[in-house]
Design a protein around this ligand. Structure first.
Ligand SMILES: [Zn+2]
Length: 215
């Protein structure tokens, strides 16, 4: 049996900067641009800094989102947003992120429908509904009422304000409401339940081959 040495203090990694100290450091993003971020503790050991370095800078993100949105508008998939310059700039990013989130969520919704035993026709009908709802929103044709300071105001999805007013809603919540389905607050379950039909045909692996196209 190997003897223990009790006469030595255990090795302890020490850092010269406690984690309570915040430091502003210059960071080079993935796109090559530089910016500033705040680091807690020793910047040389910061995992946060590693995460930030893997990101694009905000200007590049905005530029990329703006270009994607402009392409979709030019292709006739979306309507050009209306509002003040600042509102439109903000809403373009919000709308682009919704488009990506909803498009990438569809395969998961379909898979959940299949696992729930939904019939092929019902899954296809749901996907058609989702596409129509998103298409209508992107085309500026949805109109909702919003309560603000005791006043009710109406905005269409053509207006930047609609995307700004709904920015805090979860992706599934907003899509569920667009589809007229209540109870999508927590997850996609309400949409899946809509398609599920235990007595229907056996589930299919790939009800939609052309799913790759985003809004
Ligand atoms: Zn950049």
């Amino acid at each position: 049996m190997r003897p223990f040495k009790h006469d030595r203090a255990p090795l302890r990694r020490t850092t010269s900067i406690p984690s309570s100290v915040e430091t502003r450091v210059t960071v080079t993003y993935r796109c090559g641009h530089e910016g500033e971020t705040t680091v807690r503790g020793d910047p040389a050991r910061s995992r946060w800094l590693d995460v930030v370095r893997e990101r694009e800078c905000l200007d590049c993100v905005r530029k990329r989102e703006g270009e994607a949105d402009a392409r979709a508008v030019a292709d006739g998939k979306r309507v050009a947003l209306e509002g003040s310059e600042a509102q439109v700039r903000w809403a373009i990013g919000l709308r682009q992120r919704r488009a990506v989130a909803w498009a990438s969520a569809l395969p998961s919704i379909i898979e959940a429908c299949n696992q729930a035993g939904a019939a092929r026709e019902r899954v296809q009908a749901l996907v058609t509904d989702v596409r129509a709802a998103v298409g209508s929103a992107m085309a500026g044709q949805e109109e909702w009422q919003f309560e603000s300071d005791g006043e009710t105001r109406s905005y269409t999805t053509r207006e930047a304000r609609w995307w700004i007013e709904t920015r805090a809603d979860a992706d599934h919540e907003l899509l569920g409401t667009l589809c007229g389905v209540e109870g999508c607050g927590a997850d996609w379950a309400a949409l899946v339940a809509l398609a599920a039909d235990p007595g229907g045909a056996p589930p299919v692996a790939d009800p939609l081959a052309d799913l790759g196209e985003a809004w």
